[in-house]
Design a protein around this ligand. Structure first.
Ligand code: SF4
Length: 420
């Protein structure tokens, strides 16, 4: 018999959360159902009550049905969930109960990360995270695979992690990110610097304690080292790829829309939108439920980078909390991020930050703001983190190749500098 791993709730006292019932997750997410969820829904006899099926199947997976506007069919006008109201919280599908928590087993514990797709998480509203421990423990029992060690920790491609290496990496990077004497742009440039440097290093020859020393060396050289390796602006091909990466992160395949359009038309629509983002000319297509409607790429390019915004301190606090929560909550690599090795996961996190910054500028342009506001930044982060670690295409070979490309010509650092 397997003994359940102990639970470690995100060790970041700066982060709070309680659900404030905004209903955004019910309007925005496609809820995948497990066999136990289907059992519960059958027992609740919704089909007889509503006169229709409450589930839909798409490409072999069963989901909760959505209304025409994409919202869950159980979302009521007052923003509450009908299953919750009639049967109680514990009778909702497990994915709805667990959100925004994310359970990530490694070889010693189940880390509890948190998704910034939730409005309360972004706004840092509510109780300390540890107060949710018993509830998380109860929910995790419905997901036994999240309480057993099934994942072999990897440091880099084909290089398994040795004891303590990943913990050291997480702690050193976290300490650097928490430094309030370093400007936001330097801290995230520093993150890109560490991620890129580790990507270039021959890590097979630097193991265990020597690996820790290497990471400490890199982090303590910052931010001073950045001045010795200054950067030119991002290259046009790097900006093309950044916009393409943004599209991959905000692409919103609604099940009912995809079913109505049919597979071929859905694929063609996505291809055209992706091409538009890559070219970066003219009007931005209607993507992600119209959040960038009536915007052009030229409008977006005119919005200053985030460090020049009046809200930069609030944006800094948000981005820093997100980055630290993602690493410490186990969502940056391993089972929390497509089983990826730590170094590639760190690079992906850096790219996610650059994508968030680009999208925040795009939202500012779409809302006719002269600069990025904290609301633009929050909304952008909600969009980007919505797919991170969940959407299969972000864990694909294509995404890996994109990161490889950003390793060349200091691509990661340049796109971070360009937008943050
Ligand atoms: S987005 Fe967050 S705060 Fe809003 S309903 Fe969902 S869990 Fe609650």
């Amino acid at each position: 018999m397997n003994i359940a791993l102990p639970i470690l709730v995100l060790p970041l006292p700066e982060q709070n959360y309680s659900c404030h019932g905004c209903g955004n997750c019910c309007r925005d997410f496609t809820v995948q159902l497990r066999a136990a969820d289907l059992e519960k829904l059958r027992a609740q006899e919704w089909e007889a009550k509503l006169g229709m099926s409450v589930t839909t199947e798409f490409r072999g997976t069963v989901y909760l049905k959505q209304r025409e506007d994409g919202a869950c069919i159980f979302l009521m006008d007052d923003g509450l969930c009908r299953i919750h109201r009639e049967y109680g919280f514990a009778e909702k599908p497990i994915a709805c109960q667990l959100f925004p928590f994310v359970l990530v087993p490694d070889d010693q514990r189940t880390r509890v990360g948190i998704s910034f797709a939730c409005q309360s998480v972004r706004e840092n509203k509510g109780a300390v995270l540890r107060s949710h421990l018993s509830e998380i423990d109860r929910m995790s029992q419905a997901l036994p695979q999240t309480r057993v060690a099934t994942y072999s920790a990897m440091l880099a491609d084909a290089l398994g992690a040795k004891d303590g290496e990943l913990e050291a990496l997480a702690q050193v990077v976290d300490r650097f990110l928490a430094r309030d004497d370093v400007a936001m742009s330097d801290r995230f440039d520093g993150l890109a610097f560490i991620a890129s440097s580790l990507g270039r290093a021959k890590l097979a020859q630097v193991r265990a304690q020597r690996f820790t020393e290497l990471v400490v060396l890199l982090a303590t050289a910052l931010p001073g080292e950045l001045e010795h390796v200054p950067l030119d602006e991002a290259l046009p091909k790097q900006l093309r790829l950044l916009r393409q990466a943004v599209y991959a992160r905000i692409e919103d395949v609604q099940v009912n829309r995809a079913k109505a359009l049919g597979r071929m038309r859905t694929v063609i629509t996505q291809m055209l939108a992706s091409r538009s983002f890559t070219r970066g000319k003219g009007a931005v297509p209607n993507v992600a439920r119209g959040i960038l409607r009536d915007t052009t790429y030229a409008d977006i390019a005119r919005v200053p980078r985030l460090s020049l915004s009046k809200d930069r301190d609030a944006i800094d606090a948000l981005f820093t909390r997100y980055t630290r929560a993602t690493i410490l909550g186990g969502r940056a690599w391993g089972a929390g991020y497509y089983g990826w090795p730590a170094v590639r996961g760190l690079q992906a996190l850096t790219l996610n930050l650059a994508c968030t910054a680009w999208l925040a500028r795009a939202l500012a342009a779409a809302r006719h703001h002269d600069e990025v506001t904290i609301d633009d930044a929050r909304d952008a982060l909600g969009r980007i983190d919505r797919h991170a670690g969940r959407a299969p295409w972000l864990g694909s070979v294509g995404e890996r190749l994109r990161l490889e490309f950003f390793r060349l010509d200091d691509g990661l650092r340049r796109i971070v500098r360009e937008s943050i």
